[in-house]
Write a protein that binds this ligand. Structure first.
Ligand SMILES: [Zn+2]
Length: 586
């Protein structure tokens, strides 16, 4: 074995699977459970490695993952962030696509929570801060990488509303693989016209504009003004307030967002757009639905975007009213696959059903809808309405949203279809790393946050055996955490409380361990024995099984339990709706 370090942190040198294979080969059974010194999670190490670490580090188990000061400045609530509460941004910029340049200013309004005189603003190189002012006076800025510390001259009185203005400019990082890497995509459409868009989840909005780049704090409202060449349109979040014409062949597009918005949800989209729209009679009144597409895609979009009101209809049924009626709903064509920009969902699925024409679930149901319209719109509830405080908890966005795809299918095609879709996505699950990432260093968890997350929620629904209650819980989440940033603990506690089931071990298993629980069976005549393996402490989730096609609930634990039957056991299977594997010992 190579260096054996914390297997529960990201990028372990040795995965559990490797350890298991190693043990099987060499018959080593001396596994010791240790707690990682940095991330506090439990990990398994073989005896030799533990002894080596005991020797080298006096009993401290170390993670393989190392983080820099920049990761901490980006990912934690620093002393220079915690003392002020964001209330408003006015991002006012000009974009020059010919030069791949942008610049302007962001006016940042905040309330003083505790008096302090240094304030952290984030902006990523190669963009540069030109100056920062408060009440018209220039302030001193000292920079440490992408974090910029502003020394305030004015006394910051508790409860006061204050404002600073950050002026900046430059050629921002160009996205090469949007939306996964992030930055600005500077593309051209088929007519050779500029086709520009921003995307920045994970990397952070500070890749293109200066802000408090941590998810815990959102502004209450935001104005976005973007000046572009006059033949182009800029679409951002919220509602279009005004288009201002200038003498120098440019126009400024003024947008306004009336609701709280997270940083990565803010976006610019600049192209030769045409607009069409409709209204939808929804749960909270009349919802304006606007579509901005490339000029030559108008006809196909008018047909294809019929999936948008269908999505609102299905997801309002499951999750409650669309969370941003005041800001409207928009689909905006983008030069990349798509992103959940709030009230300005960006679309690049090539006007195909499925995911670029493919069914992720391999069940057939995935070709009944445009994946990007449904998935990214689903994020309006789980990402934009309920938002993670730390990207380590990104499953709150992706787990629920991946699950929303199956709820869309269920709404239109029935319960069985929805179940086939979500269970069908199970083939994407990797089980290589835990779903939850590492806190305070801007580190997301494994890609299993999508479909393992979705199947975990589907499993939880089976435990409840009450679909109306389950729907009420999903709607309740969106009411009780409306327009808030949250931790996984808040969501876990809420689900435990509302289901009436203590889900502590359930979430530890599915979110903090990478294994799928295994039920081992032994069948002897009329007796079926079973137990759990690969489970965390106290995991005792009941499971529905079929014995000779007859349904039984069993309650496996780590020790063997028995089920007495009136007939000999011929075949056993676990209900496919449970994210559990089974193994028959012979
Ligand atoms: Zn997503």
């Amino acid at each position: 074995m190579r260096k054996n370090l914390c297997a529960l942190c990201v990028k372990p040198f040795v995965s559990f699977r490797e350890i298991e294979m190693f043990i099987m080969r060499l018959d080593i059974v001396y596994l010791l459970k240790k707690q990682c010194y940095f991330c506090n999670k439990e990990s398994y190490m073989n005896k030799q490695t533990v002894l080596l670490f005991l020797f080298l580090f006096n009993g401290i188990t170390l993670c393989s993952q190392t983080f820099t000061k920049q990761d901490t400045l980006r990912g934690s609530i620093t002393p220079e962030r915690i003392w002020w509460d964001l209330t408003f941004y006015h991002l006012d910029i000009e974009v020059k696509p010919d030069e791949k340049w942008l610049g302007g200013k962001n006016t940042i309004r905040y309330t003083v929570l505790e008096p302090h005189n240094t304030l952290q603003i984030d902006l990523q190189a190669p963009l540069q801060i030109e100056k920062v002012t408060q009440d018209g006076k220039a302030l001193q800025v000292s920079s440490e990488g992408n974090a910029h510390f502003i020394t305030l001259m004015k006394n910051q009185q508790k409860g006061a509303s204050e404002e600073i203005t950050v002026h900046y400019s430059g050629t921002p990082k160009e996205a090469k693989n949007a939306p996964w890497d992030g930055g600005i995509s500077w593309k051209k459409d088929k007519n050779g016209k500029h086709f520009v868009g921003s995307s920045c989840q994970g990397l952070g909005a500070s890749v293109w504009w200066p802000n408090k780049d941590h998810m815990y704090d959102e502004v209450d409202s935001m104005a976005i003004s973007v000046r572009v060449p006059k033949e182009l349109v800029n679409v951002s979040n919220g509602r279009l307030k005004k288009v201002e014409e200038h003498d120098n062949q440019t126009k400024t597009w003024h947008w306004y967002v009336q609701n709280p918005i997270n940083n990565y949800g803010v976006n610019i989209n600049i192209a030769d757009y045409v607009h069409f729209g409709e209204t939808y009679d929804g749960e909270a009144g009349i919802l304006d639905m606007d579509y901005w597409v490339l000029r030559y895609n108008l006809d196909i979009a008018k047909e294809h975007f019929k999936d948008a009101p269908r999505t609102i209809e299905a997801l309002e049924h499951w999750f409650g009213p669309y969370p941003f009626y005041e800001d409207s709903y928009k689909l905006v064509e983008a030069p990349y696959l798509g992103m959940e920009h709030q009230s300005s969902v960006t679309y690049g699925n090539e006007y195909k059903k499925g995911y670029l024409g493919n069914d992720l679930s391999a069940s057939g149901w995935g070709l009944k809808f445009d994946f990007i319209i449904v998935h990214e719109t689903g994020h309006e509830w789980f990402a934009n309405n309920i938002t993670y405080k730390d990207i380590a908890d990104m499953w709150i966005h992706e787990g629920f949203t991946a699950y929303s795809e199956s709820l869309f299918v269920e709404y239109f095609y029935g319960t069985q279809a929805g179940a086939e879709y979500v269970v069908g996505t199970g083939h994407i699950i990797q089980n290589e790393k835990p779903i939850i990432g590492i806190y305070d260093v801007n580190q997301r968890g494994s890609g299993d946050m999508y479909y393992k997350g979705a199947n975990m929620l589907h499993t939880l629904r089976q435990l409840l055996e009450d679909d109306e209650k389950w729907r009420a819980i999903l709607r309740g989440l969106n009411t009780d955490f409306r327009h808030q940033t949250v931790t996984t603990k808040q969501i876990e506690d809420y689900l435990s409380q509302k289901t009436g089931i203590d889900l502590t071990a359930f979430f530890n298993q599915y979110l903090r361990d990478q294994h799928i629980p295994m039920v081992e069976f032994k069948a002897e005549e009329n007796q079926l024995s079973f137990r759990y393996t690969r489970t965390v402490e106290d995991f005792d989730m009941p499971v529905k099984i079929l014995v000779n096609e007859e349904v039984h609930w069993i309650f496996p634990k780590k020790d063997w339990s028995e089920l007495r039957l009136t007939y000999p056991v011929e075949n056993i299977s676990i209900d496919a709706n449970f994210l559990v594997e089974g193994f028959l010992l012979r």
